[in-house]
Design a protein around this ligand. Structure first.
Ligand code: PAF
Length: 301
């Protein structure tokens, strides 16, 4: 187990990347409070890249309420232990002043229409701030041009992933975005830094999210009508869980699918998205539906 090098300034990061030059560099942007999901992610990056860079930065631009930013867990020592175990080479953990020397930047990215839906509907500006920091991190960690450059994100944040892919495509970033499947606990709950704020009873109640997704998955696999209303009813039967949305969408654009999920047998591929509050903790999860057909999902009428 080798200790990763901890770096806190942009200049030192650039210099360390120059010194660690290899044929490929894998970047994992995080906000810290790392858990086994991140560990699996970093191990996957380690296997596929010569240099592994992890960033830990709680990005003020993507928080609405100042209390949420203050309350966000900061666990740098534990994070560094986990990163040493999983094989990171460089850890970039800058201060807010280092990332935004003039305070909130004058210019940022706009996540467009998709940035205002789903998670964006209850967190105005969140995805603009997220894209702005991710674009900065992509620039700061960029290796020499001959080096393969990849960035890794968890599939659990499906909307974030779709927006980052769109940014890379639309703005021609020289980077490959790799999605890493969601890691779940033995009961099916998607791992998240927020789970530590759930009581045991709330954790038990939260399992209804993944159960609802599995119900849709089973129907998709059997080419039956998805009938999302019955999955909604399942979630609503758990009174500790307050459902925000459960939707079946195109896996790439997250647009609604042009079919009747209620009555028509499912073919193709889709993505089921769910978000709910359990107590004062907001949880999200998603599951790809129908993995065989490479074409976007449809229920043929
Ligand atoms: O998913 C996260 O942890 C953050 O949104 C990210 C991508 C690190 C940007 O701050």
């Amino acid at each position: 187990m080798t200790e990763p090098v901890l770096i806190t300034t942009r200049g030192a990061l650039k210099e360390a990347i120059r010194r660690h030059e290899g044929s490929s560099l894998g970047l994992v942007p995080t906000m810290g409070a790392l858990h086994e999901g991140h560990e699996a992610l970093v191990r996957a990056v380690r296997e596929a890249n010569v240099v592994v860079v992890v960033t830990i930065f709680v990005n003020p631009l993507q928080f609405g309420e100042p209390q949420d930013l203050e309350r966000y867990p900061r666990t740098l020592d534990e994070d560094l232990e986990l990163l040493a175990r999983s094989g990171a080479d460089l850890v970039f953990a800058p201060s807010a002043e280092e990332m935004y020397p003039q305070g909130e930047p004058l210019v940022g990215l706009d996540a467009g229409r998709l940035g205002k839906r789903f998670e964006g509907a209850s967190r105005p500006g969140h995805f603009n701030g997220m894209l702005t920091v991710v674009s900065k991190l992509f620039h700061l960690a960029q290796p020499a041009p001959e080096c393969a450059y990849r960035a890794y994100f968890g599939q659990k944040d499906a909307q974030q992933l779709a927006l980052i892919r769109a940014m890379v495509h639309d703005l021609n970033f020289p980077i490959e975005v790799v999605a890493v499947p969601t890691v779940r606990n033995a009961d099916g709950l998607a791992l998240s830094s927020r789970n530590r704020r759930l009581s045991r009873e709330q954790q038990e109640a939260a399992l209804v999210l993944s159960r609802a997704l599995r119900l849709l998955e089973a129907r998709a696999d059997a080419h039956e009508p998805l009938d999302p209303d019955s999955a909604v009813a399942l979630v609503n039967s758990q009174n500790l869980v307050d459902l925000d949305y459960l939707e079946v969408v195109d896996p790439d654009t997250l647009e609604a699918l042009a079919f009747n999920c209620h009555q028509t047998p499912f073919t193709g591929t889709a993505l089921a998205l769910i978000a709910a509050r359990v107590g004062n903790v907001r949880l999200i999860d998603n599951l790809p539906l129908g993995s065989v057909d490479p074409h976007p999902g449809s229920c043929e009428a």
